[in-house]
Write a protein that binds this ligand. Structure first.
Ligand SMILES: [Zn+2]
Length: 323
């Protein structure tokens, strides 16, 4: 998601802004139960910096039709449905370990409800040392693969798939018929044939913030799905919705200022999640020690929850259903 070269400043901005932005966040009370809310607790670090720790609070409003039985303890996640026939099979194809964070709570929810979620990383992030101090290369790729596994497990998924294309090379090699990444389409088609997904999730054409690997991953998935017949899976692009951040269009969360927006009229799917799924997303973020410093790992998912997702992750369906 956030690449290291973009990360340091945005994250520092995020840290600097977090306290101010969340100063009004109060611990959840009984009256807050029906509101989207998280609990913010101020903490002073060793260096004197004050940060706000976020933990999920009451269920977002969109989740008030929750499936928890009256007998369940408040902290127990709802049980998977007895019939899993309706649980979707999802193929999530992204470019780098940590990209999946953009829709992590939804992956957690689908897995929790018994759906099959297959997470694919096209590259292993071998060029992105982030905050690790490691040099680009195989050791970094190995570390980032481990972090991707950690995140997948935190979300309740199986072992992710790594295609190990060169990080940062997907766009550069897209025309080279001799390059391994030309296999990407075949690999995508192969996974679709194998898993018969009802839904595929990937980056939108914007690549979130324009990253060329993200754009090519989105494009390659789109190319395969657009060639399929009417029984094609729903292809959902991750969408950062314009005008839905606090304060309107020009007030993206710190660290996300350069991200592309999708107009609300184009949002086709708003997939709700529950606090348990947000907890899983927070745990997944915490796996990426090479990419985010400790405070960012603590706050990133909470910031996305409060400022972007708001209890529902938004997507744009790539192709309209046949009429
Ligand atoms: Zn990425």
């Amino acid at each position: 998601m956030l690449r290291p070269e973009e990360l340091s400043k945005p994250v520092m901005r995020m840290l600097a802004c977090t306290v101010a932005a969340l100063a009004t966040v109060a611990p959840a009370t009984a009256q807050d139960v029906a509101k989207p809310s998280i609990v913010g607790t101020e903490e002073t670090l060793e260096d004197g910096q004050v940060v706000t720790r976020l933990t999920p609070g009451a269920a977002p409003r969109a989740l008030q039709d929750n499936r928890r039985s009256d007998n369940a303890a408040p902290d127990d996640p709802p049980s998977p449905p007895e019939s899993r026939q309706d649980a979707p099979s999802v193929l999530a194809i992204v470019s780098h370990p940590d990209d999946e964070i953009v829709f992590a709570p939804v992956l957690a929810r689908i897995a929790r409800e018994g759906g099959e979620v297959t997470l694919v990383f096209a590259t292993s992030g071998d060029q992105g040392p982030g905050t690790s101090g490691l040099e680009a290369g195989d050791a970094l790729a190995s570390l980032r693969e481990d972090e991707g596994r950690c995140a997948a497990f935190a979300l309740g998924l199986e072992e992710p798939i790594y295609w190990r294309f060169g990080d940062g090379t997907l766009a550069a090699n897209a025309r080279n018929t001799q390059d391994a990444m030309r296999d990407m389409g075949e690999r995508i088609a192969g996974l679709i044939a194998l898993h018969d997904p009802s839904v595929i999730m990937t980056w939108g054409p914007d690549g979130g913030y324009g990253h060329a690997d993200h754009r090519i991953t989105s494009s390659a998935v789109t190319q395969v799905v657009q060639a399929m017949g009417p029984d094609r899976p729903d292809l959902l692009y991750a969408a950062f919705v314009a005008g839905e951040q606090e304060g309107g269009d020009d007030d993206a969360p710190p660290g996300f200022e350069g991200w592309a927006r999708t107009h609300p009229s184009l949002i086709t799917d708003r997939i709700a999640y529950e606090p348990f799924d947000l907890d899983a997303a927070m745990a997944a973020v915490n796996c990426y020690e090479s990419q985010f410093d400790a405070t960012a790992r603590e706050t990133l998912a909470g910031t996305l929850h409060q400022r972007v997702w708001r209890g529902q992750v938004s997507f744009r369906l790539a192709f309209a259903k046949p009429r």
